[in-house]
Ligand binder design. Sequence first.
Ligand code: 1HE
Length: 263
Amino acid sequence: MNAPILKTEEVDNIGIVTLDRANKRNALDESAVEEIDHYFSNIPSHIRVIVLQAEGDHFCAGLDLKEHHDQERGAVDFLRVCQAWHRAFDKIQHSGTPVIACLQGAVVGGGLELASAAHIRVADKSTYFSLPEGTRGIFTGGGATVRTANIISANRVVEMMLTGRVMDIEEGHRVGLAHYVCNTPENPKNVKEFGLELAQKIAQNALLSNYAIVTSINKIADMSATDGLFAEGLMAAVVQTGADVQQRLNDFVTKRAPKVKPE
Ligand code: 1HE
């Protein structure tokens, strides 16, 4: 039985969740997935944004292959494991609180599925991505066919799974697996510092706007255009009743709000 994997702390209203099993490259066993589910099911109400990061040189090596090997799971056993992963990662994506993943090194298999559930991915230039399930004789079970495919296309997921190849950070950035790359001449910041800065910026948005952004857009993408436009209108109608909206609009009207312009 491994020690708990999650280390949690708070910086003001930002929750910082750290995978802390670097000696096993943050591989996820059953109890690790339960811990993730528990944290994201019980986000304290004062937490406005969450940073999901990892200790060590690698973000996450995916499914704990040692546990999987030792348990010799049958089909139903593994179906239940996959359902637990889906439940936990659904909480990350749909809790209503924005989640920023800070990546480095290996983001592979279930590690990529975990990163795909976050709303923003910030990556160190050491980051690489892979779906090596085929080489291990298994199949993705943590949402890659849905969430990773939504990001990079089903066609790219098929190719990555068939070949098990490593996708470097340049390609990962280009196809949307990383929104930002750190430790580069253009952006010399450390990935965790940059992720926290981004979280602090996002925490200043209106609470209801952030809630709507992270809960509705992915769901609307699954709807017909007619249903989606109806849902969008409803969401917009609710969001603009938020407590601080009138103040924010007043700041603009009285020319006190910052303008939208290149940095
Ligand atoms: C692990 C795991 C793991 C490392 N389960 N123990 N994922 C994979 O196929 C990736 C497997 N891991 C690797 O390819 C490499 O470990 C890494 C490229 C991530 C890192 O390499 P390296 O040289 O830094 O570390 P290492 O020496 O390979 O591993 C250090 C230790 O971590 C070692 O244990 P030790 O007791 O010998 O020290 C490794 O056994 C252990 N370790 N990765 C268990 N994954 C819901 S379905 C999801 C499907 C999947 O995720 S499939 C993809 C599985």
